[in-house]
Ligand binder design. Structure first.
Ligand code: GLN
Length: 487
């Protein structure tokens, strides 16, 4: 699979038809699906029709858009008009959105083609894809291991060459963690830079659409298309003028200061992850950056804070899946409304989702609100303050993306707490609303890839992607290679 910028160039100049590109992508999607269960739907007919429409535009001399013919894979919690969107849940098994999310609208207007809807943990709740009602996706580097989550299928699609670009959502790390587990780039923009209109809500103050890719230029290309104010999302940043492509190509990192987080770069990480951090430090120094250490004293409370705030918001957001309007209804007619609602929720929401709703409802209930949710909001502020202080001294903050590389299926699925603890590095950016990227950092244990994470202050996304491009340029072909999955 070529990069998005290469495909668009070939299609726009008539070297290759959009139809040929999309047929190849769909064939690869079938092969990947057969062994890795990365997708919930593959909308073949719609994808081919979209490709033909682009080829027709080119034949007529019309501009087909900067992403002409580029296949994209979309996490199945982002609404696609006329294409089933399940959020990985039984409760939305039959939901076909009558409209597109704004990010989809903009991608399609630029000529991109949705080839598959990617598997995910139900409603984005999870880190391994094992919470999907459609069965777990598997890691293309080793199919006995998890691909990460919750945007697991999106990461598999990019690392196994179905598409150069996939969209995910990141509430506490769901774009960055699967990117690290698959050896690719996972970028979570500043809160509000990408519209959440048409994105199925998990925890609205943390949710952000993110991009999985294998090249900084591809990320820049799609961000320039997707970002910018959206009047349908009240949290969308006003007058945002994305300038990602224009900011690429840093020759070196002279004068850039990077702070490695003391609390997150020692105990609790595997040897392989720590070795990746030290390789990254060496590379940064070689490129002229100054690497120091910085303390985020409240970072160790990030998990406890996130697992109060996110479930609290989820418990409110998920109240709508009651079988009344568009989620699956169980026990029709025979029972009263309240009973139909209870039955529908009980039968169509999975165990992790029910656990989160219960935790969140508890944390918000009167008598417990101050001790749990209220307290979590205060710690959230302290974490943001720690980061703000770090950014007064450093341009970027560096951590591992995850404490370990991808583990075996089943290894953590019976121990939710162990799974939650692995989000320690990623939740900080969501709690603070800032930009973050997971950058491939070679192999950790047993030949499995891992990543390192850079955090940037809010609205410094372009600068963050420029840092990414400098690291990419320095590593050449060895940066973000495709997985060895044959299919
Ligand atoms: N793993 C985290 C959770 O289970 C983050 C999920 C996400 O970012 N959607 O909530």
């Amino acid at each position: 699979m070529m990069f998005a910028h290469e495909i668009a160039e070939q299609v726009r100049t008539g070297k290759r038809s959009a139809r040929a590109v999309i047929e190849e992508s769909l064939a690869r999607a079938d092969a990947v699906q057969a062994e890795l269960n990365a997708f919930i739907s593959i909308p073949r007919a719609a994808a081919l029709a979209a490709a033909d429409a682009i080829d027709k535009k080119i034949a007529n001399g019309e501009d087909p858009g900067v992403l002409a013919g580029v296949p994209v894979v979309v996490k199945d919690n982002i609404c696609t008009k006329g294409i089933r969107t399940t959020a990985g849940s039984k409760s939305l098994e039959h939901f076909v959105p009558p409209y597109n999310a704004t990010v989809i609208e903009r991608l399609q207007a630029a000529g991109a083609v949705v080839v598959a809807k990617a598997n995910l943990d139900e409603f984005g709740m999870g880190s391994s894809n094992e919470n999907s009602a459609y069965g777990p996706a598997r890691n293309p580097w080793d199919a006995s291991r998890v691909p990460g989550g919750s945007s697991g299928g999106s990461a598999v699609a990019v690392s196994s060459g179905v598409a150069p670009i996939a969209l995910g959502t990141d509430t506490g790390g769901s774009v960055r963690q699967p990117a690290a587990f698959n050896g690719i780039i996972g970028y979570k923009p500043t809160y509000g830079r990408l519209s959440r209109y048409g994105v199925i809500a998990f925890a609205s103050s943390l949710d952000q659409v993110g991009v999985l890719a294998r090249s900084s230029k591809d990320i820049a290309l799609v961000m320039d298309v997707m970002a910018g104010h959206d009047e349908h999302d009240a949290t969308s940043i006003p007058e945002d003028k994305p300038q990602f492509l224009a900011s690429l190509n840093a020759a070196d990192l002279a004068g850039i200061k990077i702070g490695l987080v003391t609390e997150l770069s020692g105990e609790g990480n595997t040897e392989g992850v720590l070795a990746a951090i030290s390789r990254t430090k060496d590379l940064l120094s070689r490129l002229g950056a100054q690497v120091g250490e910085v303390s985020l004293p409240n970072a160790p409370y990030g998990i406890a804070t996130y697992y109060l705030v996110a479930p609290a918001e989820a418990s409110a957001n998920l109240a709508r899946y009651d079988g009344m309007v568009y989620s699956t209804r169980i026990g029709e007619n025979a029972l009263g409304q309240a009973e139909v609602m209870m039955k529908s929720r009980g039968a169509t929401l999975g165990p992790e989702v029910r656990r989160r709703i219960l935790m969140g409802t508890y944390a918000l209930s009167s008598g417990y609100y101050d001790a749990y949710y209220g307290k979590a909001l205060k710690v959230r502020r302290l974490i943001a303050n720690d980061l703000e202080k770090a950014f007064s001294e450093f341009d970027f903050v560096l951590t591992p993306t995850t404490p370990t590389a991808a583990y075996k299926l089943g290894e953590k699925s019976s121990d939710p707490l162990a799974m939650y603890l692995d989000d320690i590095d990623t939740v900080l950016a969501n709690l603070a609303g800032i930009a973050a990227v997971s950058v491939p950092a070679g192999k950790a244990e047993e030949g499995m890839p891992c990543g390192v994470q850079f955090l940037a202050p809010a609205m410094q996304d372009e600068k963050l992607i420029r840092l990414l491009s400098a690291l990419e340029l320095a590593q050449g072909e060895t940066f973000a290679p495709l997985s060895p999955f044959k299919g």
